[in-house]
Design a protein around this ligand. Sequence first.
Ligand code: KG4
Ligand code: ZN
Length: 356
Amino acid sequence: MKILAIETSCDETAVAVVENGTKILSNVVASSTAMYEKYGGIVPEVAAREQIKCIIPTIQEACPSFDSIDAIAVTIGPGLIGSLLVGVETAKTIAFVTGKPIIPVNHVLAHMYANFIHDKQGNENNKLTIQQYNNITIEFPAISLVASGGHTELYLMKNEKELMWLGGTLDDAAGECFDKTARLLGLGNGGGVAIEKAAKKCQMLNDKCKIKLPRPLLHDDTLNFSFSGLKTAILREVIKLKESQQYNNTTTRLPARQVQQLAYGTQEAITDVLVEKTLRAAKKYEVKSILLSGGVAANTRLRKKFSIWHSAFSIHVPEARLCTDNAVSIASYAYFRGVPTAWHSIIAIPDLSVEV
Ligand code: KG4
Ligand code: ZN
């Protein structure tokens, strides 16, 4: 079964065709990096206007003909309303004119289905790349961590279809904490990627960060997360460092070495909490596998920390390009868990719940 998937929940316009939920036939992502540079971040209306322009060329590139497609999948939420509308209305129109079934998809739940993808050559790519594991198919039950820019959620996956939400962030998401810290440290809009790069320099120099940052909610009984306190702690450290160096202007950047140390400390704090809470859930529910997904799962330090647990659990993580937003995971979700729905009853839902 070939599914054409459209994903426009944030600033990206992504279109893919996936066969049987596992094999990528095409995968195109048009992102708006230029907008970041011009406006210093995402401007929802500007993003939607860009998406109106590029949705048709992106679909044409990923899927030159609708003849071989069996169904259409589309992200209906959560996300930015203007952006979602572009994808949803385009997908509905394709369903109407072709008479093919359409499947509405929850963006956050879809992230974890990137773990079911094999690459074009038919090789499995959903294993940790740091070490080679033999375990190719996902064994259930599994714990699934979705860590993205807007969400940090834990699920129990009883099988490919049955999900149970276990906990999530009470305030900021892990990715949001990476993004805000990057800005605070003068690393611009580079987000988690910039923090990872700066932290690596600190690691390479074996220049360990002596700054103690909190690990929020690490010792509470729930499977919830909280990252806003960590962000505030980092801000306090930045102010303290600037004051100790007697900067008059608080906007002045810290010296590179201190930026690297703080980036390292931030990455350690976030990844420690993500690993610890996920492992706690995995032990509690006696699962066989752990699945990582969402943009933050592209972080190599996080992947490394999880890889240590490979003898206790089969650990899966998509390749980096399938951790961040893409339409491949939307198609895979639709194949394994989607429900075809009448096109006229599908609407964009910006605050779609992720608790199932
Ligand atoms: O899943 P995603 O592409 O979009 C959302 O659904 O939000 O995730 C984006 C988030 C951003 O916060 C970004 O900083 C983070 O994923 N991210 C990373 C890395 N690559 C992307 N965080 C840490 N390390 C990375 N290498
Ligand atoms: Zn996402």
